[in-house]
Design a protein around this ligand. Structure first.
Ligand SMILES: *Cc1c(COP(=O)(O)O)cnc(C)c1O
Length: 515
């Protein structure tokens, strides 16, 4: 049936709620943390019935859309709230975020300029200052004066950790290479590099690419047995680069590596950066949340020496996706990437779009502001400490099992382990040859895939070299402990489920060998 334009306008743009609103609310009440992780099939099977269709000319009935959401979209998605989903950095959100989300969407503020956001710009500056104070510890006065001074930038809200890292290196590049913003790559007479450990997040590589520095000019330093940057090699590398007249744009330290949660010796790297006058960037996208825990914030010791710090509130600060943060020690450093336009983001104004990569963007900082206000520092401390304790609990379950072996000791709340097939149990992995390691690796790969496809429980997997375990790369099962509703019984359930799948795999391997 063809409807005229007027009916669309009255249907969707007057003050009434959409007719499907209540239905969707109800669906979400029933699709909750007790629901399965996903439908019991793999990606290919799940998407096979969902076909491409060209844009249709007439509107669909509301019920068609609701049916699709109920029967295909929700069951085929991943239930992030499930306490048995302990594999990734995305997890259960606190209940108030749903309402704040509705508010942010309904207000549709655009933080690029004050003419489209007004007090929301101010609130963003406040929440950035709050996080800045936790990391850099300036006095209350510095911040209360700072937020009313449009020249000062304590930090920027970004879409996530990746964009924060790109922005950090953008600032470091513009600071270190005169005229690069204006002249581009033609100004690069000397070779310019960025230094980080081999465990740096791949967004650092993206930044090298985007900024025209080139991925090959990312100098990666090996890690030691604790997965931390090797300081001796770092120092000798800097000396060598300097003696060859290479321009070192930035030194990146990791506070919580994505692979295994390791934290680089930030204090030592900070001192090395200071002595050599190199921009020191700390990627605390994962570990930054630990700053809220009085008991554990010592793990981030030295972070305050950084020139810039990436945080990712949409990970350990339990707010919806779309909010990363970059903080600056020097509140004038963002001038290195300032751009203005006459019609909108004006110089000497509070228009935040002057010193961010993104233009139009939502008032997502309100999620963090309300979360901090509703849960307080104590609330976040409880969340962080709970994840850490749960991680140690899982470690002891693994240590006490015959089938599994820890691969690296958890430093924060990420844990790597392996299932050891029966015939390799009790054998020191260091003595195993490549073929044997390969067999263990593919066993773990199969185990993880089967577990994902089952939709019943989930851990992720990664591949890395742990020198104390083997000179070959190891495929590890990877747990990211973040869901505060994951209790001891859930840990046991996940491990039991893995044992069941592994048993089936062991039998089918035996069967293959016989046939
Ligand atoms: C997750 C992560 C990032 C990237 O953050 P996104 O929000 O996914 O863009 C960068 N660095 C580290 C250490 C991370 O864990």
């Amino acid at each position: 049936m063809h409807k005229n334009n007027e009916s669309i306008i009255s249907q969707f743009f007057d003050n009434m709620d959409w007719e499907g609103a209540d239905y969707i609310n109800n669906l979400l009440v029933n699709h909750n943390q007790d629901s399965p992780i996903s439908s019991h099939e793999g990606y290919q099977e799940a998407v096979s019935g969902i076909e491409f269709k060209p844009v249709q000319s007439s509107p669909s009935a509301c019920n068609d859309v609701l049916n699709e959401i109920e029967n295909i979209i929700l069951p085929g998605s991943i239930n992030m709230g499930s306490p048995l989903f302990i594999g990734h950095m995305t997890t259960l959100l606190p209940n108030f975020t749903k309402s704040v989300s509705a508010l942010i969407t309904a207000m549709n503020q655009n933080i690029v300029k004050i003419e489209t956001s007004k007090v929301l710009t101010h609130y963003e500056r406040i929440v950035i200052s709050q996080m800045h104070q936790l990391i850099f510890g300036e006095s209350d006065e510095v911040y209360s004066n700072g937020i009313i001074d449009s020249e000062l930038t304590f930090g920027a809200i970004t879409a996530g950790g990746t964009t924060a890292n790109v922005m950090a290196l953008h600032i470091a590049r513009n600071k270190a290479v005169n005229g690069i913003a204006e002249q581009g790559l033609n100004t690069l007479n000397n070779k310019s590099v960025v230094i980080c450990s081999e465990l740096a997040h791949y967004s650092i590589k993206k930044a090298m690419d985007v900024l025209g520095l080139g991925i090959n000019n990312l100098v990666t330093i090996p890690v030691n047995d604790h997965q931390k940057i090797n300081l001796k090699i770092l120092k000798s590398t800097i000396a060598e680069l300097r003696s060859n007249d290479v321009n070192i744009i930035a030194l990146v330290g990791i506070a919580g590596s994505t692979e295994c949660g390791s934290v680089d010796p930030l204090e030592e790297i900070g001192q090395i950066a200071q002595v050599n006058r190199i921009h020191f960037h700390v990627d605390a996208a994962w570990g930054g949340g630990f700053i809220f825990s009085d008991e554990h914030k010592h793990l981030l010791r030295g972070i305050e020496l950084a020139n810039s710090v990436t945080l990712d509130p949409h990970k350990q600060l339990y707010v919806p996706m779309g909010i990363g943060m970059l903080l600056f020690k020097d509140t004038r450093i963002a001038d290195n990437v300032q751009h203005t336009a006459q019609y909108t983001i004006r110089k000497n104004s509070f228009d935040l779009g002057q010193r961010t990569h993104e233009g139009s963007r939502p008032a997502n900082s309100l999620y963090l502001y309300t979360a901090i206000k509703l849960m307080g520092k104590e609330g976040y401390e409880e969340l962080i400490n709970t994840s850490l304790n749960r991680t140690l609990e899982l470690k002891s379950i693994i240590d006490n099992s015959e089938e599994f072996e820890m691969i690296s000791e958890p430093q924060l709340n990420i844990l790597l382990y392996q299932y050891i097939p029966e015939k390799y149990r009790g054998v020191d992995t260091l003595t195993l040859d490549e073929a044997a390691i390969c067999e263990i690796n593919s066993f773990n790969e199969n185990l993880q895939t089967k577990q994902f496809n089952s939709g019943k429980s989930f851990v992720s997997r990664t591949t890395l070299t742990i020198k104390s375990k083997s000179k070959y790369k190891l495929v590890c099962l990877r747990v990211v402990m973040a869901n505060p509703m994951t209790k001891t019984k859930h840990l046991n359930q996940v491990i039991q489920h893995q044992k069941t799948i592994a048993m089936e795999l062991e039998t089918s391997v035996l069967f293959e060998n016989y046939s």
